[in-house]
Design a protein around this ligand. Structure first.
Ligand code: GLC
Length: 775
């Protein structure tokens, strides 16, 4: 590797500082006052268009260049970059004038570029996409190379997703770095040398973005402004999903659906894994197993279920199969340098792989969904094996296969990590075209930075191990800190046999994950919620029902996430960045800002330690109050997962439904946790379609001050109906009287201590409720 040497000359034009050094050009450009793009381009090399960064015009940034003798300084009000002249080294300073981590140096070699930066001992490192282990990755070496890896142990860290983005934090002060390379990227986070962060990309150039923060939320907001945010999903996608490898024939699918309804376990979707297809040919059906898919999908819909089908990228090599023939004719498949099709084995046997880097191929692929969505009524698509995974030693395509638009072809190894993202983009855009009035729902296994724009993501093939229950939360929190909010793991575990206690604990946790799907591998024991006997079934029912009651809250959090880029499922450090206790805390998490979820990870456990950060916290189950910061021992018999609500929170809840759009009386419950002042702006819309983009949504402002609650009328173009409005007031003492707009109203005290007021008239009018509290 050749370090960038001394500065030969430079120019500063149109906001870009271009520095020439022997053999390479370095450019620095502020896209925003706190966002700097850094590009190192060795001579004679070509850059590829980014698949992560949204094309957009950034506003001009006021930048000052100071040409010092030792160094150049390029400054905005939020950040300064200092460029040493000999050698060229970079130092970044935040708004407060303090260094962000330490000095960085760049180097390049044959097919590789590197970023090396001082890693002061106080800096902790978060993000990195999908990585096993705990939150702070300091001391770890990691590889970003999308891989079908079933072990998910700490030393198998190259999993399905590759997101070369991280956040460095020093106390509450954060910065971020995104290395936009779809090739293999290796990180050494102060492992080999305790004071160095080293990033090595097997790429021709380095295209990096530095985020100056200073708050962690600032970094995430900017990162998702750069790479995009999750679109608001359809409401049904937030329900419970029932999957298995594989439900077939049709009679089995119908049986599972009927059991869910009979047992009153709410569910919105049943999923079909690969065995619905004819010999694993994508976009076909095995007509013996599924003689009339359209009828089946319609009958399921009648019972409130949506049907989601898996679609893998591998296209069976079969001269009689139209998708293969069209793909060849349209030049859509990845080839070797000599033009031969690149063929490898995956589920269908010998298969060809669409080159999703080509716009025409993405369009072709998207349109292939026409029959599924427009004729058969398939509601969602599940993209799997899209690392792409193949059954050989390398687990993927050869590095020498070529991809790209005509005239801009590169080896597969340069764009490997983009495969899942581009496939998801093709699918998402296809669904948008085919059903312009529906919000696409897509689940993907592989992805790259920006995948949040197109798909929900699950963590692939975990095991039914307690150890994998424990890693669920940190791995998903890492995804959230990498811009991807709609995430989940296979509830109950995919591989291996689950048991009742493990399932109970997993479903309790799963009910609070952004994406909530039960899935299990072929050959493992049944894993439907009733498979482990009545006690576990009852636990599953209660927690899944609770998820449905919490849907107004969850949907509101998804809406906020689609606006801000902040995750739905949050590590405590996001809300309490100055509290050192939160720095590596990942066995409990927050949903939004208010709900603290504390899963149980051990067989036989009937209690667990919970950390409550500053403020007052109310036990969701009992109404008991605790003052943080504190560690408490929470009771956790099998039927209970500890849950706490922040004082000041107003949780919007709804009735239990068996599926999200089941007709039922419209009831909104506000669970109000007095003890601190609070605010809720409740977002509501139709839960489907795009009317919300033209004002078809409502926001209901609710304000809590002391023991007074002001509920505003819904504002906006959507009119929510509320047959009943229930206010459940959790007071720090005993409620002895309640008034609505100055007149006494009746209330009852519920078992969990809430004073409950039920309004059946004027339920969308502005009103004020006040409570008199004693003790
Ligand atoms: C992969 C997926 C898994 C799926 C199986 C069969 O292993 O990760 O979820 O069930 O393939 O399609």
């Amino acid at each position: 590797m050749l370090p960038v040497g001394s500065l030969l000359d430079y120019d500063f034009a149109a906001g870009t500082l271009t520095l020439r050094t022997a053999g390479a050009q370095l450019s620095l450009r502020f896209l925003a006052p706190d966002l700097l793009r850094i590009t190192l381009l060795p001579e004679g090399r070509q850059m590829r268009p980014s698949v992560a960064v949204l094309p957009r015009q950034w506003d001009d940034v006021q930048v000052r260049l100071d040409e010092g003798e030792e160094a150049l300084r390029l400054a905005t009000p939020a950040m300064t970059v200092e460029v040493g002249r000999d050698p060229v080294r970079l130092r970044f300073y935040g708004r407060d004038g303090r260094l962000l981590a330490g000095e960085a140096s760049l180097s390049w070699g044959e097919g590789a570029v590197a970023w090396e930066q001082v890693a002061p001992p106080e800096v902790r490192y978060y993000g990195f996409g999908q990585k096993p282990g705990f939150l702070d990755r300091r001391g770890r070496a990691m590889t970003h190379w999308a891989t079908d890896e079933s072990l998910h142990t700490p030393d198998h860290d190259a999993l399905y997703q590759a997101i070369p983005f991280h956040i460095g934090m020093e106390g509450g002060r954060a910065h971020g770095l995104f290395v936009d390379s779809t090739a293999r990227v290796r990180y050494d986070v102060a492992k080999e040398r305790a004071d160095r962060l080293r990033i090595l990309a097997d790429d021709d150039y380095l295209d990096a973005y530095l985020f100056a923060g200073p708050a962690i939320k600032d970094v995430l907001a900017r990162y998702t402004e750069l790479t995009g945010r999750m679109e608001l999903p359809p409401l049904w996608a937030l329900g419970y999903h029932q999957c298995r490898y594989t439900y077939f024939p049709e009679a089995r699918v119908r049986e599972v659906a009927a059991e869910l309804r009979r047992r009153e376990i709410p569910c919105d979707a049943v999923w079909l894994d690969i065995d619905y297809m004819d010999g694993y040919r994508v976009f076909t059906w095995d007509r013996e197993r599924f003689p009339d898919p359209k009828q089946m999908v319609a009958d399921l819909r009648e019972q409130g279920f949506r049907t989601v089908t898996i679609v893998d990228p591998g296209v069976k090599v079969d001269a009689r199969y139209p998708v293969f023939r069209e793909g060849v004719a349209g030049n859509h498949f990845i080839c070797h340098a000599d033009g031969e099709l690149c063929i490898d084995n995956v589920w269908p046997g010998r298969s060809a792989f669409p080159d999703f880097t080509r716009a025409a191929t993405r369009r072709w692929w998207g349109d292939l969904h026409r029959e599924f969505v427009n004729d058969l009524g398939i509601a969602g698509i599940w993209n799997d094996m899209n690392e792409p995974a193949v059954f050989n030693e390398r687990k993927t395509l050869p590095p020498t296969a070529v991809q790209g638009e005509d005239g801009a072809r590169v080896g597969h190894d340069r764009v490997h990590n983009a495969y899942g993202l581009l496939m998801a983009q093709a699918t998402h855009e296809g669904l948008r075209r085919l059903q312009p009035d529906r919000r696409p729902f897509l689940l993907t296994r592989s992805g790259y930075a920006g995948i949040q724009r197109y798909a929900a993501v699950w963590m692939g093939d975990n095991h039914s191990w307690w150890e994998h229950l424990l890693t669920t939360v940190p791995i998903l929190l890492g995804m959230g800190l990498s811009g991807v909010p709609f995430v989940g793991t296979d509830i109950g575990g995919f591989q291996g046999d689950c048991d009742g206690e493990l399932f109970a604990r997993w479903v309790q946790l799963g009910a609070f994950l952004p994406f909530c799907r039960n899935h299990a591998a072929m050959g493992t024991v049944d894993q439907e919620p009733w498979a482990f006997g009545p006690e576990v079934e009852e636990i599953a029912r209660r927690y899944i029902q609770l998820r449905y009651r919490l849907l107004p809250f969850l949907y509101n959090e998804f809406y906020k996430s689609s606006q801000t880029g902040l995750p739905v499922m949050r590590p405590l450090l996001l809300e309490y960045p100055d509290d050192p206790e939160t720095a590596n805390l990942s066995d409990q998490f927050l949903l939004g800002e208010d709900l603290l979820v504390c899963p149980v990870y051990q067989p036989g456990a009937t209690a667990r330690m919970v950390y409550l950060p500053a403020g007052e916290w109310v036990d969701f189950w009992t109404g008991a109050r605790h003052r943080g910061p504190a560690r408490i021992v929470a009771e956790a018999p099998l039927e209970r997962m500890p849950l706490y609500v922040r004082a000041g929170a107003i949780l919007p809840m709804g009735p239990v439904r068996q599926w999200t759009d089941q007709p039922a009386p419209a009831e909104l419950t506000l669970q109000v946790y007095a003890g601190a002042d609070g605010a809720l702006d409740l977002y509501e819309d139709e839960g489907e379609g795009y009317a919300y983009r033209d004002g078809g949504y409502a926001i209901t402002p609710v304000r809590l001050s002391g023991t007074r609650l002001r509920i505003g009328a819904p504002e906006g173009g959507y009119r929510p109906t509320r047959d009943r409005l229930v206010v459940r007031f959790f007071a720090p003492g005993r409620v002895v009287a309640a008034e609505r707009d100055g007149r006494p109203v009746t209330f009852r005290t519920a078992a969990d201590g809430a004073a409950e007021v039920v309004l059946t008239e004027g339920t969308t009018d502005a009103c004020e409720l006040s409570f008199r509290v004693e003790g």
